[in-house]
Design a protein around this ligand. Sequence first.
Ligand code: 6PG
Length: 233
Amino acid sequence: MIEAEWWDYDSAEEMAEAVAGDVGFIIESAVEARGEALLALAGGSTPGPIYRKLAEAKLPWKRVTIIPGDERLVPLQDKLSNARALAETFLKSGARVVPVTGDIADYRLAGNSADARLQDLKWPPDLVWLGMGGDGHTASIFPGPDYEDALNAPKARRMVGVMPDPLPPEAPMARVTLTRAAILSARTLMIVLTGEAKKQLLEGAIADGQSSRYPIGRVLAEAEQPIDIHWCP
Ligand code: 6PG
């Protein structure tokens, strides 16, 4: 049974304030308990204003490592790169941002390389922050030839390469993504989304669980931790 707690806000500004505060608390608690914090952060457009607010906070940033929870197979300087966006926002705060892709064209090999990079990090992440596409994907877990691999990879596997089919119009390319097991290994699991349509899709996907036609339903179906869902219209 998925244990989802919804936190609804009247505006994006109110949500940004609250979520930035929550992530700041996660960072401080992790550093106090273990001397460091590992955050796996979502790409896409929704988190941007929240990341910028979070980056301004007085936190032990030198102890914080940030990875993209998924990445498009584009050059690091490409505007579609999630690692580029995270580096632009958080490097100046003093955090370490770890890109997970290099210049490997074969997406499955890129997935192996990304997994190897993450194997070097102390695991599990203190936070996995997910977004959700209008098609119900999360991270870069999409329908396609690698869908079941991303969902059913062994617990030890942290990232895999995927070729979405159909390709999502906003970033029509192969990806690497945290596996379901890696996502669900998070000490704290958070979803941040906006709009009525996405809220209804997510509510349905949670209700359907493992039988959901949407990737996010399949991912969350096996969650053992409570899931904080932050939403505004
Ligand atoms: C990506 C993201 C992806 C994103 C959703 C929602 O690389 O595309 O990690 O999972 O969170 O597509 O994106 P928006 O916030 O732009 O709607």
